[in-house]
Design a protein around this ligand. Structure first.
Ligand code: ADP
Ligand code: MG
Length: 695
């Protein structure tokens, strides 16, 4: 797309969106689809047939030859299996066919997806079912139909089903609250999400020379380069031509798919960048974020680049995260986290705020667990990312409001009197700029919360399922209490004050990177789950399981399955990293440093024969010898410890944390020292200063 005037035509050109449906469906079928989206009614087969036919015609006109149900198994990736539209028509000819049945239901042989024990092998097949709330689209000549993925016994085997359930539940409870405030109009409350996505770009040739990048998505070795991000010159810096070309291609690819790609810029680390879309409903946002991650990689390939979505591709510079901007909006277009301009709107806002604060305080451990992945362990708690302790940043002004409510004291901006909820107008709250320090894991940014602990490579479903469900729980409790109230204003006041008082410990506006905060958080009794191994242990705590079961988001089996898959994934990832590390040490690093030491010895031998001083050769060769032996032992130890990896997943997880990861750190330390004294042309793979400045 060279002519920017064409953007409106390009946007969504590969999406079978509402406008296209209106154009191509009979008004009866269009209305039936619309009703199924708004009321959750199911479509009859003749309507499904008509929609399928229209979709097929549209897709074929756009060059599609196949269709696939596109779903999100519990791995956090997307899955697809393509079938062509062809059907034999006799006389050696074919016709293109696609039926309503094929649209609404599929049966992928999905026995190899992790199910956490949910799907007994005798009923290995799961089924996929069309999600009419997310538009179908064309990707690489296939019509992709967003679907949920379930087992025959009805268990959710994916990340979309529970997300849709949680969106329904938070809507139901939020509407109850709105009714108490006299809103009879709102039918649905929508969880809205805008995920900002960070990534690295590096040159493909260099990438291909690093086994660790290819196998693990991150470097397992690498001495700190003389220049990293110390100059602070990359963040928001001018975008280099090669990267700019990539970003342009990425934007156009995403726009065609209907993704509202809005912002692009350089991030803090060299070669690190960010893309942010405009927020949309949580379901679409999750689908789109999956597409964004896929396209970031595919577009990079076209530019001889590689996009790294790993949370920590390089030690010593910032890692990549994903900021999950989350809010609730009504179907009439009101944002429920926007401080209002009338007393009643403010009371309602404060009630939603109270629900959020209470929910995050009560379920801080589970929220932490939703971002617990091995890659994220390198980030959380490190200097560039939020700490592993969850707290809420409200900003000074909003905190002053909350404090004045707790204390029943004057809020100075409010004309020197006690702020009476439902009677007074909130002082106008300026968007607080202090959140720019980015040290808070959960920041209120004016009209939404920004959950900043997510890893760059993870699906955003898990954290949003948790946010929606937690919010639903608190709103339900509030609605149960207030619906019975005889004096709404006064009981509302009391409730908000009580909740702020009981849960104020979760509010923290200071510097989250400060060690003093970790100590203070401990005094406040906040949980500090430092690693994935710690965090995943609380995933299935009774209170957490009860929450999801109570709201019909997960069955007990479904939560357990997810915990199991997370734990298995952790152990698998660490095992692959450990094995890759040992492989690189034995096959690349040891032979290279041994060869280099020998070269130095031979040089010293020859120089010495002629009486030339060889201090450099002698001392370096000795140092190399010492470190090489140490690395050899460290590698041996890592391999031996890996053989003792317990079979039980839970035990294996703590074993990885306590034994394997320390072994790996030791080996890396030795290798990085060796890199520092080895001649550049003898080191077996590209080093940090090349990788980080390759675009
Ligand atoms: P920044 O965090 O850099 O200040 P913005 O606040 O403009 O940037 O937006 C960051 C992300 O938050 C974007 O994806 C944006 O669409 C999204 N966002 C803005 N408002 C909301 C909202 N009410 N609910 C959810 N996401 C939102
Ligand atoms: Mg932001």
């Amino acid at each position: 797309m060279s002519d920017t005037k064409k953007l409106p035509e390009l946007f969504g050109s590969l999406v079978f969106n509402e406008e296209t449906m209106k154009e191509r469906l009979s008004s009866a079928s269009y209305s039936a689809w619309k009703k199924s989206v708004t009321d959750g009614t199911s479509l009859d087969i003749s309507t499904a047939n008509e929609i399928a036919e229209a979709m097929k015609q549209w897709a074929v006109e756009k060059g599609a030859t196949h269709y696939t149900h596109w779903f999100q198994p519990m791995t956090g990736f997307t899955a697809e299996k393509h079938d062509s539209f062809i059907s034999p028509a006799g006389g050696g000819k074919i016709i293109m066919e696609f039926s309503g049945k094929e649209l609404v239901r599929g049966e992928p042989d999905a026995s190899s997806f992790p199910s956490g024990g949910l799907r007994a092998t005798f009923e290995a097949r799961g089924y996929t079912a069309w999600d009419p709330t997310s538009f179908a689209f064309i990707k690489e000549d296939s019509l992709c139909i967003p679907t949920v993925f379930c087992s025959y016994s009805g268990h959710a085997l994916d990340k979309k089903t529970p997300l849709l359930r949680s969106m329904d539940e938070v809507s139901r409870q939020a509407v109850r609250i709105l009714r108490l405030f006299g809103d009879q109009e709102t039918k649905r409350v929508i969880a809205q999400v805008g995920p900002e996505q960070e990534y690295f770009l590096i040159d493909k040739t260099l990438y291909n020379r690093r086994k660790d990048l290819r196998t693990c998505g991150r470097t397992l070795f690498g001495a700190k380069p003389p220049r990293g991000q110390e100059l602070d010159d990359h963040y928001y810096g001018a975008i280099k031509p090669r990267v700019a070309a990539y970003m342009k291609d990425l934007d156009e690819t995403l726009w065609a798919l209907g993704v509202l790609s809005k912002t692009k810029h350089n991030e803090v680390a060299p070669s690190q960048h960010e893309m942010a879309p405009i927020y949309t409903d949580a379901n679409t946002a999750c689908d789109h974020n999956q597409l964004v991650m896929e396209m970031m990689k595919k577009v990079a390939d076209r530019h001889d680049l590689v996009c790294l979505l790993h949370e920590k591709p390089f030690a010593g510079v910032n890692g990549s995260g994903k900021h999950d901007n989350w809010s609730l909006g009504t179907d009439t277009g009101r944002n429920l986290f926007k401080p209002g301009s009338t007393p009643s709107q403010n009371a309602q806002f404060l009630l939603f705020l109270a629900a959020f604060i209470k929910g995050v305080d009560e379920y801080q451990d589970f929220l932490r667990a939703t971002v617990a992945f091995p890659g994220n362990d390198h980030r959380l708690g490190a200097q560039e990312a939020p700490p592993a302790v969850i707290s809420i940043f409200l900003g000074d002004e909003m905190s002053a409001v909350v404090d004045s409510i707790i204390q029943g004291t004057e809020y100075k901006e409010a004309g020197k009197r006690t702020l009476e909820i439902g009677v007074d107008v909130l002082p106008s709250i300026r968007q607080d700029n202090t959140d720019r320090n980015r040290t808070s894991p959960m920041a209120f940014t004016g009209n939404k919360f920004e959950f900043r602990m997510l890893g760059s490579s993870q699906s955003v479903s898990g954290p949003n399922i948790a946010l929606n469900t937690i919010m639903a729980e608190e709103l339900k409790q509030f609605a149960d209490e207030l619906e019975k109230s005889k004096d709404f204003q006064s009981d509302l006041q009391k409730l908000i004050r009580r909740v702020f008082t009981e849960h104020q410990r979760i509010i923290f506006n200071g510097n989250g990177y400060d060690d003093a905060w970790i100590a203070e958080a401990a005094r406040r009794g906040l949980s500090n789950l430092a690693s994935t191994a710690d965090a995943l242990s609380v995933y299935t705590a009774k209170k957490n399981v009860d929450l999801f079961v109570r709201h019909g988001i997960y069955t007990k089996e479904e939560v357990n399955a997810r915990a199991e898959i997370h734990m298995e994934n952790y152990v698998t990832v660490i095992s692959i990293e450990a094995k890759t590390m040992a492989d690189m040490i034995r096959h690349d690093i040891l032979p290279a440093v041994s060869g280099y030491a020998d070269t130095l010895c031979q040089r010293a031998y020859h120089k010495d024969a002629l009486g030339v001083s060889c201090k450099y050769e002698n001392s370096t060769a000795k140092e190399l010898g010492k470190l090489t032996d140490a690395l050899f032992s460290a590698c041996d130890r890592l391999e031996r410890d890996m053989e003792k990896l317990p079979a039980d997943t839970k035990k294996a997880m703590t074993y990885c944390r306590d034994v394997v990861i320390p072994d790996m750190s030791k080996a890396r330390e030795l290798s990085d020292q060796l890199e520092g004294i080895t001649a550049a042309d003898c080191w077996p793979f590209p080093v940090y200063s090349e990788l980080l400045f390759s675009t």
